[in-house]
Design a protein. Structure first.
Length: 276
């Protein structure tokens, strides 16, 4: 079902509800015959059931994480905003992973925050239920390759790394995504070149919580993020690829601190649509 049809169904829903309300009101005022009233009530119930079915079908349509044309095939580190609005996108790499990804999802849900997860294909294969939960709770998905390799690779291998991951994302969640992040931020090993040839947006970051540094503390994660965030920032954290208990510990004060500074959290597709 395309977006135009869903929109039209929404218009139909509003009109249908108004019609039902008007009809029931007429019943009350005109005191129609009981048999006719029963028949009309059954017809109204059937109409309400049809509306509910239409709404359920619309809600069942999986999201597609597409990007505006001006970002297709481009590499960017942050987003220049059309309005001077304090928005920031939290992104999490290398998952899903147990137990950290579910713990992070719990924190995001408790704080009503939506984020973007750049997932590794082989991890999606291992934790499909967690992957489905990410999408079900309203977060965006990006492609982070199958193996998370840094090394230079041929076109054929780069294609396999990205397309194999895209395939398992869609098989697991029904989602298609045009968001890509190269592992380690390497832009010259063949992966980014292939992604851009497919008109994917190559998403880097402007702020990092140093959660891959084994000597950094959760307090350092918080300090780095709060100090470096500007409107339109893209923040990098990790939910996989190692022990991420420090990231789990740092996430609540990061959210709290950014909110105290007036920031609103958005997914990457939302951030791109706020750009100049």
């Amino acid at each position: 079902m395309d977006k135009y049809l869903v929109k039209q169904l929404g218009i139909f829903k509003v009109g249908a509800i108004a019609s039902v309300s008007f009809t029931l009101g007429m019943l009350l005022h005109l005191k129609l015959e009981p048999s006719y009233s029963t028949k009309l009530a059954k017809e109204n119930q059937a109409l309400n059931d049809a509306i509910a079915q239409i709404n359920a079908q619309a809600e069942a349509i999986p999201p597609a994480f597409s990007v505006p044309a001006r970002f297709q095939g481009k590499t960017f580190y942050d987003v220049k905003l059309a309005k001077n609005e304090k928005v920031v996108a939290l992104t999490l790499d290398d998952g899903p992973k147990i137990p950290e990804t579910p713990q992070i999802l719990d924190i995001l849900q408790e704080n009503n925050v939506k984020a973007t997860f750049f997932v590794v294909g082989k991890a999606v294969e291992v934790y499909p239920q967690t992957m489905r939960r990410i999408v079900a709770e309203g977060h965006a998905i990006g492609n982070h390759t199958w193996h998370h390799w840094y090394r230079p690779m041929s076109l054929a291998i780069a294609r396999s790394e990205i397309e194999r991951t895209a395939e398992i994302i869609q098989q697991t969640t029904g989602v298609k995504t045009e968001l890509f992040r190269p592992p380690g931020g390497f832009l010259n090993n063949g992966l980014a070149t292939y992604a851009k040839s497919q008109k994917h947006a190559v998403v880097m970051w402007s702020v990092i919580a140093p959660d891959t540094n084994p000597r950094a503390t959760p307090e350092a994660f918080v300090q780095n993020v709060l100090k470096g965030t500007r409107p339109g920032a893209i923040v990098l954290l990790h939910d996989g690829g190692g022990d991420r208990r420090r990231t789990v510990k740092a996430l609540p004060p990061i959210i709290r601190g950014l909110r105290q500074r007036g920031y609103r959290f958005v997914t990457l597709p939302e951030l791109l649509n706020l750009s100049k």
